[in-house]
Design a protein around this ligand. Sequence first.
Ligand SMILES: [Zn+2]
Ligand SMILES: [Zn+2]
Length: 252
Amino acid sequence: MPAFLDLLFPPKCAACGAPGWPLCGACVGEVGVLSAPWCDRCGRPWEEPMASCADCPPRSIDAARAPFLYAGPLARAIRGMKFSGWHAVGPHLAAGMAEVAGDILPADVVTWVPLSRRRRARRGFDQAEVLARATAARLGIPAAPLLVRVRDTRAQARVGGAERRRALRDAFATRKVAGKVTQRVLLVDDVLTTGATAAACASVLRRAGASSVVLLTAARSLGGPIPGRCVALTDRVEAQARTGSSESARVP
Ligand SMILES: [Zn+2]
Ligand SMILES: [Zn+2]
């Protein structure tokens, strides 16, 4: 972007709108970074290293990683990216994704969990594709659209358990042009929650012949306990002020 455009449209924090790009200094201080020790299979941080854990995504996904905790300003930036066209945040998130991808590589091709054609048309872009292409470029691995969403299930995000799994089972298909997928696939999405959606994609890729499917997301949503080291700095300081120095809130 030419420098004069910065004067007309100063780059603003994607989370709070204050000056600063892609996040302002205050918001950067509130980003939770996921770090080891963690579950070797899914990268969920714990107090001790382990081979697999209760929060692991379904078995059709061989391994998973995400650089950031889905909370606070980062969650706001990702929601903003989806719904108000902040797709310029994508390459910045991809830098963090490429950092942690080493643990789950090698891969021959990068692909993504696609939006339905209707949703993509309405939004103008597919946020997972933006992340996948930017990450693939950083890793030097080709990106290819291997999947199509034949049924729109994202609107039913709140439908739980078995019903959601049933709806997801038939939601994806491989693209005709993709032919037989005989490669090790790195699957990209924006956020990992239960992994049900990504697992549905991984199953389709495996049925098409993929030899392995690993999942890389920009952020991970965690329901259970989160080690203090992965909680944003400001939260840690607040937690310490509240509880003295509890194990879960201790700054290393
Ligand atoms: Zn901010
Ligand atoms: Zn795990």
